[in-house]
Design a protein around this ligand. Sequence first.
Ligand SMILES: NC(=O)c1ccc[n+]([C@@H]2O[C@H](COP(=O)([O-])OP(=O)(O)OC[C@H]3O[C@@H](n4cnc5c(N)ncnc54)[C@H](O)[C@@H]3O)[C@@H](O)[C@H]2O)c1
Length: 361
Amino acid sequence: MRRTLVFIPKRCYSPLPVDPLARFKTISQTSKAPKVLITGSLGQLGRGLNSVYKYMYGAECVTMSDIVKVPSDAHDVSSANYQFLDILNQSAIEEAVVNRNIDTIVHFSALLSAVGEQNVPLALQVNCRGVENVLQVAMRHKLKVFIPSTIGAFGPTTPRDDTPDLTIQVPTTIYGVSKVYAERLGEYYNHRFGVDFRSLRFPGIISATKPGGGTTDYAIQIFYDALEKGSHTCYLRPDTSLPMMYDTDCMASVVQFLSADNSQLKRRVYNVTGFSFTPEQIAGAIRKVMPNFQIDYKICETRQAIADSWPRSLDDSGARNDWGWNPEYGLDETVQVMFALLQREIAQKKGEGGEKQVTTA
Ligand SMILES: NC(=O)c1ccc[n+]([C@@H]2O[C@H](COP(=O)([O-])OP(=O)(O)OC[C@H]3O[C@@H](n4cnc5c(N)ncnc54)[C@H](O)[C@@H]3O)[C@@H](O)[C@H]2O)c1
């Protein structure tokens, strides 16, 4: 088999200017430890949130759950705090809440945009019935419940630049339709039954974990491809601008929002964002540290149509003003941290930690 030389960025990265954990320390010092159940916790976002909560309050404060087996390399997940939980089974959710004395559910189980289009009945089950089950249990046991929404909850008739919190929401994907349903149903359970429902509309999240089938996945894959091949074939047009956010900012938005006092909240659903870029712009940011990086394009019509119906940028001034949301990572910082993390991951996988160049078969 041919061995391919992997492209290594020209410079080594110095630590980022911010202490990435300072925000979490501050929150943990000023708020009581929650007992959190994370559904769909083995997906892109769940493991990061588990680590953050463990760092803040200790391992006992989080129960992770999903319907898949824990991967063998997931050293951050212990069998003591992981359990099988199908969110289509309402009594199983209730059992977990009672047995583990849960006071907060972070409901991450979902079928994302590209995957949802391939299986509409399953998307309706997981994204709608799952939300209904979680809200019913939250109502019965007086829980705080966080259900993320998405830029996919907007549509082609929404103003696409600086999209505000309150605007037209007529999405054209089943993912978007189910997320608008989750937003409205959560608000209904809040005003009708007093459920402490909270939701943030996330942009595409960039993390060093494999994404779950969304339209913004290329913004993660591009880093893996850069390190493994020195090039990336993008399924979106070079000028497709979408809002994005780095993982640590995403985790900070969840824990900060959940720890905010109810009196600070003027709404139950807020936009949050980091920065917007096009494939061309992220390729340019990567070239600053890897000058030979190449990008070409093979457009996927399904994902392009979805991206063209989404906002180019989000207005998150409501979150900033009401509960102090303040992202710390821009595009260049994200590129730095992604390369640092993925280089370490690739080196660890190949048992070559510390080597300057990596080869793949
Ligand atoms: N990742 C992003 O860029 C992004 C952007 C906007 C919003 N969000 C939202 O954040 C949440 C988490 O996203 P993610 O990227 O981690 O998703 P993901 O696809 O990576 O993970 C979803 C998890 O849900 C689990 N799941 C599926 N069916 C289930 C069932 N019946 N019962 C229990 N679990 C089930 C899957 O096994 C998977 O581990 C989702 O609600 C998503 O809509 C994510």
